[in-house]
Design a protein around this ligand. Structure first.
Ligand code: ATP
Ligand code: MG
Ligand code: FE
Length: 341
């Protein structure tokens, strides 16, 4: 089976063709970093317009890359939420048009399920259930992934997501947008113990996260003028890592039997984050799985793969499926105090 995937929920326009044999036949990603850089963050209207301009030609080009026609595809998968609604609608409408034109089933994919299942695209051995740390620009959650569409949320952030904390720290340090990779690079040159920073919720019974206070502390430390940019970046990353490891360790204690500790989402591209979690898993005798770097940040291969998994279960969606700006993986869970989904 071959699934065409479309991603347009934030500032990456992406198209991919993925098989149920875990082969990425072709994949294109157009980043909008240049368009949004002058504003220091993603501007929804600019994003929606850029997706609308680029998506249709990218679908054609991706099919051509694989030497396939739309008729060779078994189903069309697109992100249907959560995300910036204008961009999501561009992708979903395009997918509906393709599905209708070629008479193929539509798969409306939860972007977070794309991230959550992406490790299984790269790793055929990764079996359910697994403990997932989902860390991205908008989300920071610990989930027990029981199966397709079946998630138990163990923890979330009560304020900022981890990627958001990286982005805000980058802004304070004047590193520009997008911030995560820039902070990681600069942190390599700094001393992670140079700046005293808080570790919010460290040791807490429930494995929730909080990063707003850490970000504010970085700003205050920066304003003293006492510390180098590199020391601030390294100390921020270390404080964030200490929290991530402590909270994940707590989740491991309450998750029950799982086959592996898994990390996914944009921040999973951070090598220090990967190394710290790998160490944690090794200490507990648990397998550790992280997707290859290019599958961590937004891409369409993960959306196509979530489509592969859903299609294999006989799932498809009606052509009037509406885009969802908010769409939690576990609709029944009570949110943490003050937390969004
Ligand atoms: P969501 O998936 O929650 O809707 P999103 O799609 O905008 O949000 P992703 O593309 O999954 O987010 O991830 C982007 C985030 O990952 C940004 O906050 C970015 O700074 C962060 N990020 C990317 N690479 C790194 C890195 N190497 N180190 C730290 N953070 C990183
Ligand atoms: Mg992006
Ligand atoms: Fe994402």
């Amino acid at each position: 089976k071959i699934i065409l995937g479309i991603e347009s929920s934030c500032d990456e326009t992406a198209v991919a063709l993925v098989t149920d044999g875990r082969v990425i036949l072709a994949q294109r990603i157009a980043s909008q970093d240049e368009e949004h850089r002058p504003y220091g963050g993603v501007v929804p209207e600019i994003a929606a317009r850029a997706h609308a301009e680029r998506l249709a030609p990218m679908v054609e080009a991706t099919l051509a890359d694989a030497g396939l026609g739309l008729g060779d595809v078994d189903a069309i998968a697109a992100t249907a939420g959560p995300g910036l609604i204008g961009g999501v609608m561009v992708g979903l409408v395009t997918a509906k048009a393709l599905a209708m034109a070629a008479d193929k089933p539509l798969l409306a994919i939860n972007h977070l399920e794309g991230h959550a299942l992406s490790p299984r695209l790269a790793d055929a051995e990764l079996a359910y259930p697994y403990l997932l740390l989902l860390v991205s620009g908008g989300h920071c959650q610990l989930l027990r992934v029981n199966g397709v569409g079946d998630y138990t949320r163990l923890a979330t952030t009560i304020d900022d997501a981890l990627g958001e904390a990286f982005d805000k720290t980058a802004k304070v340090l004047g590193l520009g947008y997008p911030g995560g990779p820039a902070v990681e690079r600069l942190a390599l040159e700094g001393n992670p113990r140079a700046v005293p920073l808080p570790r919010p919720l460290l040791g807490g019974t429930e494995p929730h996260f909080s990063f707003a206070g850490l970000k504010s502390a970085v700003l205050r430390a920066y304003e003293t003028g006492q510390y180098s940019q590199a020391d601030l970046a390294a100390s921020f990353q270390q404080a964030a890592l200490d929290c991530v490891v402590d909270r994940t360790k707590r989740a491991m204690a309450v998750a029950g039997d799982v086959t592996a500790l898994v990390v996914a989402g944009g921040v999973a591209a951070n090598k220090a984050v990967r190394a710290a979690l790998e160490g944690l898993a090794a200490g507990a005798g648990l397998r550790f799985v992280a997707p290859p770097l290019q599958l961590c940040t937004d891409n369409a291969a993960m959306i196509a793969w979530a489509g592969v998994e859903r299609f294999a279960l006989g799932i498809s969606d009606p052509l009037d499926f509406a885009a969802r700006p908010r769409w939690p993986l576990d609709p029944d869970a009570a949110p943490a105090r003050g937390a969004g989904v």
